[in-house]
Design a protein around this ligand. Sequence first.
Ligand code: KIV
Length: 272
Amino acid sequence: MSRLTAPDLLRRKKAAYDAGDKGGRIVMVTAYDAQMARLVDMAGVDMVLVGDSLGMVIQGGSDTLSVTVEDMAYHGRCVAAGLENAHLTVDMPFMSYQVSVAQAMQTAGVLVQKGKAQSVKLEGGVRSAPAIAAIVEAGIPVVGHVGLTPQSVNAFGGFRVQGREKENAERIVRDAHAVAEAGAFAIVLEMVPPALAAQITAELGIPTIGIGAGPECDGQVLVCTDMLGMNQQFSPKFLKRYADLEGTITDAMRRYVADVKSGAFPTAAHSY
Ligand code: KIV
């Protein structure tokens, strides 16, 4: 089977609207290596995001700000090796597109050529619109990202819900429109009130993909390690866990430790 493309995903919005239902909902999840990519692809996920969240969940940092273009290209390549069907989007990391439109185009090119991205994602609305337009013009599909944009964590004063106040909500609506008008084929809405996400979803001609943005978006994204319960200490309200891998993995490792120490493994059955 061939990989889902940006036009395929854009049509999902139009198809859902034409059919008057949400049948075309887009399912997105992050992955950072080939093994996880293979598993989420087998499960029927539509889009795999190599998120700069890897700065936190893979590199162990407290934010995404230290992630480099080389990191993203490396993990993009790893994930691409595990995909057969799903579309691959790779995040443009902090300060790899904010300096100038030329820098943004160069970074997007590296993520396609070295990171095997089918599309790139970048944060910001009105301020990022010129970069989005130039990247799209160069033939690289773009996913936008507004609301809580984690690369601006220091400006926000933390990972907080955005758009609760009228002025802030109006700014996010303007940002979402700017992203769509610049030519993005989809947009992530992160940590915004559900009514605001519903309004943006109704107004835009491109699919909205929510995380902490309520039930009215055209799609949903979660970080794979969060939804698989690999860190039980991380439990924001928006998260639904579909497994307890922290428990499963630590239990398996404890049994392995016990077996090796006791001599129960390896035995003759595991020997050549
Ligand atoms: O970096 C990331 O994983 C993301 C998603 C949470 C949308 O941007």
